[in-house]
Ligand binder design. Sequence first.
Ligand SMILES: [Zn+2]
Length: 182
Amino acid sequence: MPLPEERLAKPIELPGCPEVTIIEWKHNGAQEILTKPLPALIVELGALCRTVVDELDRRIRAAGVEPSAEFAMRLTMSVLPPGKGPRELNDVSGRMRVAGPARSETLHGSYWYGFRHAFMQNGVAKRDPSGGLTLSTEARRVFAHELFHAFVHQRGVAWHFESQGGEEQGAQEFTASMGFGR
Ligand SMILES: [Zn+2]
């Protein structure tokens, strides 16, 4: 979780998606322009968030599972540089130590059930053909992947995936089906 001094003075609410609030955002110094929370990118993230949550809701109902109305979805998020430096996303000997035992794998994102908090790597933007900035496909994939974990736990439907190849596979199949890759 972010330390008090790491939290944004003004959290970023995603337009059209009150389910997610970004409370920490660190950009990569080397790629500053591609990793800043520019307003147009936040609008895109909000639209993506809405699409993902509504689609998950539609699919789980189509599978015959009725999420309980009493379990609403609500999470906070940190957007962090992907490196291994102190307090970065792969700071596995420090900040991310409690996320699990030593891993060979590099984290792109992580959802912490107990805190209702997701982390995603900051590589949010890419240049579009007109020279403007748009959300990268990688950012869409990581965002949708972590939202999948948040959704299935917070809406009380994680059990459904136990017989379907597991939750992690479910998350990967979901992002692939949305066109964001696995
Ligand atoms: Zn996952």
